[in-house]
Design a protein around this ligand. Structure first.
Ligand code: TRP
Length: 328
Protein backbone atom coordinates (compact mmCIF):
# COMPACT_ATOMS: atom_id res chain seq x y z
CA UNK A 1 0.00 0.00 0.00
CA UNK A 2 1.41 3.35 -0.98
CA UNK A 3 1.59 6.00 1.70
CA UNK A 4 -0.55 8.95 0.64
CA UNK A 5 -0.88 12.37 2.24
CA UNK A 6 -2.91 15.42 1.39
CA UNK A 7 -3.97 18.61 3.11
CA UNK A 8 -6.83 21.03 3.02
CA UNK A 9 -7.01 24.54 4.45
CA UNK A 10 -9.76 25.31 6.97
CA UNK A 11 -10.43 28.66 5.41
CA UNK A 12 -13.86 28.48 3.93
CA UNK A 13 -16.75 26.31 3.16
CA UNK A 14 -15.93 23.27 1.08
CA UNK A 15 -17.48 23.60 -2.38
CA UNK A 16 -18.39 21.29 -5.21
CA UNK A 17 -15.02 21.82 -6.89
CA UNK A 18 -13.16 20.68 -3.76
CA UNK A 19 -15.53 17.77 -3.37
CA UNK A 20 -15.37 16.43 -6.94
CA UNK A 21 -11.74 17.37 -7.52
CA UNK A 22 -10.22 16.27 -4.23
CA UNK A 23 -12.28 15.00 -1.33
CA UNK A 24 -14.21 12.35 -3.24
CA UNK A 25 -10.96 10.94 -4.58
CA UNK A 26 -9.55 10.76 -1.04
CA UNK A 27 -12.62 8.86 0.09
CA UNK A 28 -12.22 6.37 -2.77
CA UNK A 29 -8.51 5.95 -2.10
CA UNK A 30 -8.52 5.54 1.64
CA UNK A 31 -9.09 1.78 1.54
CA UNK A 32 -6.48 1.05 -1.11
CA UNK A 33 -3.83 3.33 0.39
CA UNK A 34 -2.17 4.05 3.69
CA UNK A 35 -3.77 7.48 3.80
CA UNK A 36 -3.10 10.61 5.88
CA UNK A 37 -5.25 13.72 5.66
CA UNK A 38 -4.36 16.91 7.40
CA UNK A 39 -6.41 20.04 8.08
CA UNK A 40 -3.67 22.61 7.63
CA UNK A 41 -4.55 25.33 10.11
CA UNK A 42 -0.99 26.67 10.30
CA UNK A 43 -1.14 27.39 6.58
CA UNK A 44 -4.28 29.43 7.22
CA UNK A 45 -2.21 31.85 9.30
CA UNK A 46 -0.48 33.12 6.18
CA UNK A 47 -3.37 35.54 5.51
CA UNK A 48 -5.43 37.56 8.02
CA UNK A 49 -8.02 35.40 9.83
CA UNK A 50 -10.35 36.03 12.71
CA UNK A 51 -9.12 33.72 15.54
CA UNK A 52 -12.56 32.49 16.62
CA UNK A 53 -13.50 31.84 13.03
CA UNK A 54 -10.30 29.95 12.29
CA UNK A 55 -10.94 27.71 15.31
CA UNK A 56 -14.56 27.09 14.25
CA UNK A 57 -13.64 26.43 10.62
CA UNK A 58 -10.96 23.93 11.61
CA UNK A 59 -13.57 21.82 13.37
CA UNK A 60 -16.17 22.35 10.62
CA UNK A 61 -13.73 21.29 7.91
CA UNK A 62 -12.97 18.11 9.83
CA UNK A 63 -16.66 17.36 10.33
CA UNK A 64 -17.25 17.85 6.64
CA UNK A 65 -14.42 15.51 5.67
CA UNK A 66 -15.86 12.80 7.89
CA UNK A 67 -19.37 13.51 6.57
CA UNK A 68 -18.02 13.19 3.02
CA UNK A 69 -16.80 9.68 3.85
CA UNK A 70 -13.30 9.85 5.29
CA UNK A 71 -13.42 7.13 7.89
CA UNK A 72 -11.11 7.84 10.85
CA UNK A 73 -10.90 4.08 11.47
CA UNK A 74 -9.47 3.58 7.99
CA UNK A 75 -7.35 6.68 7.36
CA UNK A 76 -5.51 9.05 9.67
CA UNK A 77 -7.24 12.40 9.95
CA UNK A 78 -5.59 15.14 12.00
CA UNK A 79 -5.06 18.84 12.52
CA UNK A 80 -1.64 20.10 11.45
CA UNK A 81 -1.00 22.28 14.52
CA UNK A 82 -1.67 19.30 16.83
CA UNK A 83 1.56 17.73 15.61
CA UNK A 84 4.41 20.11 16.53
CA UNK A 85 6.82 18.23 14.29
CA UNK A 86 5.38 20.11 11.28
CA UNK A 87 6.70 23.59 12.12
CA UNK A 88 9.84 22.05 13.59
CA UNK A 89 10.76 20.20 10.40
CA UNK A 90 9.74 23.25 8.41
CA UNK A 91 12.46 25.29 10.14
CA UNK A 92 15.06 22.66 9.28
CA UNK A 93 13.90 22.62 5.65
CA UNK A 94 14.10 26.42 5.51
CA UNK A 95 17.81 25.96 5.92
CA UNK A 96 17.81 23.90 2.73
CA UNK A 97 15.43 25.98 0.58
CA UNK A 98 16.60 29.18 -1.10
CA UNK A 99 15.06 32.65 -1.35
CA UNK A 100 15.21 32.42 -5.13
CA UNK A 101 13.22 29.23 -5.46
CA UNK A 102 10.54 30.47 -3.06
CA UNK A 103 10.32 33.77 -4.91
CA UNK A 104 9.47 31.84 -8.07
CA UNK A 105 6.30 30.37 -6.54
CA UNK A 106 3.38 31.77 -8.51
CA UNK A 107 0.97 31.33 -5.61
CA UNK A 108 3.05 33.67 -3.45
CA UNK A 109 3.01 36.28 -6.19
CA UNK A 110 -0.76 35.94 -6.54
CA UNK A 111 -1.51 36.00 -2.83
CA UNK A 112 0.88 38.80 -1.94
CA UNK A 113 -1.41 41.13 -3.81
CA UNK A 114 -0.55 44.20 -1.78
CA UNK A 115 3.12 43.65 -2.47
CA UNK A 116 5.97 41.81 -0.82
CA UNK A 117 6.65 44.53 1.75
CA UNK A 118 3.46 43.88 3.71
CA UNK A 119 3.09 40.15 2.91
CA UNK A 120 3.56 37.88 5.90
CA UNK A 121 6.85 36.03 6.07
CA UNK A 122 4.78 32.88 6.60
CA UNK A 123 3.12 33.42 3.21
CA UNK A 124 6.57 33.37 1.66
CA UNK A 125 7.68 30.21 3.47
CA UNK A 126 4.27 28.51 3.06
CA UNK A 127 5.57 25.92 0.54
CA UNK A 128 8.34 24.86 2.93
CA UNK A 129 5.79 24.04 5.63
CA UNK A 130 3.85 22.13 2.99
CA UNK A 131 7.02 20.17 2.16
CA UNK A 132 7.37 19.36 5.87
CA UNK A 133 3.74 18.12 5.96
CA UNK A 134 4.56 15.66 3.21
CA UNK A 135 8.10 14.58 4.06
CA UNK A 136 7.31 13.87 7.73
CA UNK A 137 5.15 10.92 6.69
CA UNK A 138 7.42 9.45 4.01
CA UNK A 139 4.48 10.04 1.68
CA UNK A 140 4.98 8.53 -1.76
CA UNK A 141 1.92 10.08 -3.35
CA UNK A 142 0.32 13.45 -2.83
CA UNK A 143 -3.11 13.89 -4.43
CA UNK A 144 -3.43 17.60 -5.18
CA UNK A 145 -4.98 19.96 -7.70
CA UNK A 146 -3.10 21.36 -10.66
CA UNK A 147 -2.51 24.62 -8.74
CA UNK A 148 -0.27 22.73 -6.28
CA UNK A 149 2.03 21.20 -8.88
CA UNK A 150 4.71 23.85 -8.37
CA UNK A 151 4.67 23.38 -4.59
CA UNK A 152 5.11 19.63 -5.10
CA UNK A 153 8.07 20.19 -7.41
CA UNK A 154 9.64 22.37 -4.71
CA UNK A 155 9.02 19.66 -2.11
CA UNK A 156 10.79 17.12 -4.32
CA UNK A 157 13.72 19.50 -4.88
CA UNK A 158 14.08 20.12 -1.15
CA UNK A 159 13.96 16.39 -0.37
CA UNK A 160 16.52 15.54 -3.05
CA UNK A 161 18.85 18.35 -1.96
CA UNK A 162 18.61 17.36 1.71
CA UNK A 163 19.29 13.71 0.88
CA UNK A 164 22.23 14.69 -1.30
CA UNK A 165 23.77 17.00 1.30
CA UNK A 166 23.08 15.07 4.49
CA UNK A 167 22.45 11.48 3.40
CA UNK A 168 19.27 9.52 2.58
CA UNK A 169 16.62 10.91 4.92
CA UNK A 170 13.41 11.61 3.02
CA UNK A 171 11.19 9.74 0.60
CA UNK A 172 10.80 11.82 -2.58
CA UNK A 173 7.05 12.10 -3.27
CA UNK A 174 5.06 12.26 -6.49
CA UNK A 175 2.09 14.51 -7.15
CA UNK A 176 -1.06 12.68 -8.22
CA UNK A 177 -3.50 14.82 -10.15
CA UNK A 178 -7.19 13.91 -9.96
CA UNK A 179 -8.75 12.06 -12.88
CA UNK A 180 -12.22 13.54 -13.00
CA UNK A 181 -13.73 16.81 -12.04
CA UNK A 182 -10.32 18.38 -11.63
CA UNK A 183 -11.47 21.65 -13.06
CA UNK A 184 -14.93 22.59 -11.94
CA UNK A 185 -15.53 26.20 -12.95
CA UNK A 186 -17.51 29.03 -11.38
CA UNK A 187 -21.16 28.90 -12.49
CA UNK A 188 -21.24 32.66 -13.03
CA UNK A 189 -17.79 33.04 -14.55
CA UNK A 190 -16.96 29.79 -16.31
CA UNK A 191 -13.49 31.08 -17.22
CA UNK A 192 -12.48 30.97 -13.52
CA UNK A 193 -12.12 27.94 -11.26
CA UNK A 194 -14.83 27.50 -8.63
CA UNK A 195 -13.18 28.92 -5.54
CA UNK A 196 -13.89 29.39 -1.87
CA UNK A 197 -12.39 32.84 -1.76
CA UNK A 198 -15.35 33.55 -3.99
CA UNK A 199 -16.40 37.06 -4.65
CA UNK A 200 -18.95 35.14 -6.70
CA UNK A 201 -21.14 33.37 -4.12
CA UNK A 202 -23.80 32.58 -6.73
CA UNK A 203 -21.21 30.82 -8.85
CA UNK A 204 -19.97 28.56 -6.05
CA UNK A 205 -21.99 25.53 -4.95
CA UNK A 206 -21.21 24.65 -1.34
CA UNK A 207 -21.35 21.05 -0.19
CA UNK A 208 -23.70 22.11 2.62
CA UNK A 209 -26.01 24.25 0.47
CA UNK A 210 -29.71 23.43 0.84
CA UNK A 211 -31.28 21.73 -2.21
CA UNK A 212 -33.32 24.84 -3.06
CA UNK A 213 -30.14 26.93 -3.07
CA UNK A 214 -28.34 24.46 -5.32
CA UNK A 215 -31.29 24.46 -7.70
CA UNK A 216 -31.29 28.25 -7.90
CA UNK A 217 -27.55 28.47 -8.51
CA UNK A 218 -27.78 26.05 -11.42
CA UNK A 219 -30.86 27.74 -12.83
CA UNK A 220 -28.92 31.01 -12.96
CA UNK A 221 -25.72 29.46 -14.25
CA UNK A 222 -24.21 31.37 -17.14
CA UNK A 223 -24.51 29.49 -20.42
CA UNK A 224 -23.22 30.50 -23.80
CA UNK A 225 -24.60 32.21 -26.86
CA UNK A 226 -25.97 29.57 -29.18
CA UNK A 227 -28.31 26.74 -28.43
CA UNK A 228 -26.33 23.56 -29.09
CA UNK A 229 -25.36 21.26 -26.29
CA UNK A 230 -21.91 20.00 -27.20
CA UNK A 231 -18.85 19.53 -25.04
CA UNK A 232 -16.63 22.39 -26.16
CA UNK A 233 -14.73 23.90 -23.20
CA UNK A 234 -13.20 26.64 -25.39
CA UNK A 235 -16.20 27.70 -27.44
CA UNK A 236 -18.88 26.96 -24.83
CA UNK A 237 -17.24 27.09 -21.41
CA UNK A 238 -20.49 27.52 -19.45
CA UNK A 239 -22.23 24.53 -21.03
CA UNK A 240 -19.03 22.48 -20.89
CA UNK A 241 -18.82 23.12 -17.15
CA UNK A 242 -22.39 21.88 -16.62
CA UNK A 243 -21.62 18.77 -18.66
CA UNK A 244 -18.44 18.24 -16.67
CA UNK A 245 -20.33 18.50 -13.39
CA UNK A 246 -23.21 16.27 -14.50
CA UNK A 247 -20.69 13.75 -15.84
CA UNK A 248 -18.63 13.78 -12.64
CA UNK A 249 -21.77 13.44 -10.50
CA UNK A 250 -23.08 10.47 -12.50
CA UNK A 251 -19.83 8.74 -13.45
CA UNK A 252 -19.88 9.53 -17.17
CA UNK A 253 -17.77 11.47 -19.66
CA UNK A 254 -19.01 15.02 -20.42
CA UNK A 255 -19.17 14.43 -24.19
CA UNK A 256 -21.27 11.35 -23.59
CA UNK A 257 -23.62 13.30 -21.29
CA UNK A 258 -24.12 15.98 -23.98
CA UNK A 259 -25.76 13.52 -26.36
CA UNK A 260 -28.98 13.50 -24.37
CA UNK A 261 -29.64 17.27 -24.60
CA UNK A 262 -30.63 19.86 -27.15
CA UNK A 263 -31.61 22.66 -24.73
CA UNK A 264 -29.93 24.38 -21.80
CA UNK A 265 -32.93 24.35 -19.44
CA UNK A 266 -33.19 20.58 -18.99
CA UNK A 267 -29.40 20.28 -18.75
CA UNK A 268 -29.35 22.78 -15.88
CA UNK A 269 -32.28 21.10 -14.14
CA UNK A 270 -30.73 17.61 -14.42
CA UNK A 271 -27.33 18.84 -13.27
CA UNK A 272 -28.89 20.50 -10.23
CA UNK A 273 -30.80 17.31 -9.45
CA UNK A 274 -27.72 15.10 -9.76
CA UNK A 275 -25.67 17.41 -7.53
CA UNK A 276 -28.44 17.60 -4.93
CA UNK A 277 -28.59 13.79 -4.77
CA UNK A 278 -24.81 13.50 -4.70
CA UNK A 279 -24.49 15.90 -1.76
CA UNK A 280 -27.62 14.95 0.16
CA UNK A 281 -26.05 12.15 2.23
CA UNK A 282 -23.05 14.35 3.01
CA UNK A 283 -25.29 17.15 4.29
CA UNK A 284 -27.32 14.71 6.37
CA UNK A 285 -24.27 13.10 7.94
CA UNK A 286 -22.83 16.52 8.64
CA UNK A 287 -25.93 17.47 10.63
CA UNK A 288 -25.60 14.28 12.71
CA UNK A 289 -21.90 14.83 13.36
CA UNK A 290 -22.37 18.50 14.20
CA UNK A 291 -24.80 17.48 16.93
CA UNK A 292 -21.92 15.75 18.73
CA UNK A 293 -18.69 17.60 17.89
CA UNK A 294 -16.95 16.00 20.89
CA UNK A 295 -16.91 12.68 19.03
CA UNK A 296 -14.99 14.19 16.13
CA UNK A 297 -12.63 15.98 18.48
CA UNK A 298 -11.81 12.68 20.08
CA UNK A 299 -11.16 11.28 16.60
CA UNK A 300 -8.78 14.17 16.01
CA UNK A 301 -6.89 13.39 19.21
CA UNK A 302 -6.39 9.82 18.03
CA UNK A 303 -5.40 11.03 14.58
CA UNK A 304 -2.79 13.38 16.03
CA UNK A 305 -1.34 10.57 18.16
CA UNK A 306 -1.03 8.24 15.19
CA UNK A 307 0.45 10.99 13.02
CA UNK A 308 2.88 12.08 15.69
CA UNK A 309 4.24 8.58 16.18
CA UNK A 310 5.41 8.61 12.56
CA UNK A 311 6.36 12.27 12.37
CA UNK A 312 8.58 12.02 15.46
CA UNK A 313 10.68 9.26 13.89
CA UNK A 314 11.21 11.20 10.66
CA UNK A 315 12.02 14.39 12.52
CA UNK A 316 14.58 12.59 14.66
CA UNK A 317 16.18 11.26 11.46
CA UNK A 318 16.35 14.75 9.95
CA UNK A 319 17.69 16.33 13.15
CA UNK A 320 20.45 13.74 13.37
CA UNK A 321 21.33 14.00 9.69
CA UNK A 322 21.71 17.79 9.76
CA UNK A 323 23.80 17.79 12.93
CA UNK A 324 21.53 18.78 15.81
CA UNK A 325 22.71 17.31 19.12
CA UNK A 326 20.12 15.00 20.63
CA UNK A 327 18.84 15.67 24.13
CA UNK A 328 19.41 12.14 25.36
N1 TRP B 1 -1.30 24.09 -0.17
C1 TRP B 1 -2.38 23.14 -0.26
C2 TRP B 1 -3.60 23.83 -0.89
O1 TRP B 1 -3.76 25.03 -0.75
C3 TRP B 1 -2.77 22.58 1.07
C4 TRP B 1 -1.67 21.75 1.67
C5 TRP B 1 -0.91 22.06 2.75
C6 TRP B 1 -1.27 20.47 1.23
N2 TRP B 1 -0.06 21.04 3.03
C7 TRP B 1 -0.25 20.06 2.12
C8 TRP B 1 -1.66 19.64 0.17
C9 TRP B 1 0.42 18.82 1.95
C10 TRP B 1 -1.00 18.42 0.01
C11 TRP B 1 0.02 18.02 0.89
O2 TRP B 1 -4.41 23.15 -1.47
Amino acid sequence: MARVLSGIQPTGDIHLGNYLGAVRGWVDDQHAQDAYFCVVDLHALTLPRDPAELRAKTLETTLLLVAAGLDPDVCTLFVQSHVHEHPELSWILESVASMGELRRMTQFKEKAKEGEESARVALFTYPVLQAADILLYDAEQVPVGEDQRQHLELCRDIALRFNHRYGETFVVPDAVLPKVGARIMDLQRPAAKMSKSADSPQGTVLVLDEPAVIERKFKRAVTDAGTDVTFDPVGQPGVANLLQILGAATGRQPAEVAVGYDQYGPLKADTAEAVIELLRPVRERYADLAADPEAVRSTLRQGAQKAEAIAAVTLARARAAIGLLSRS
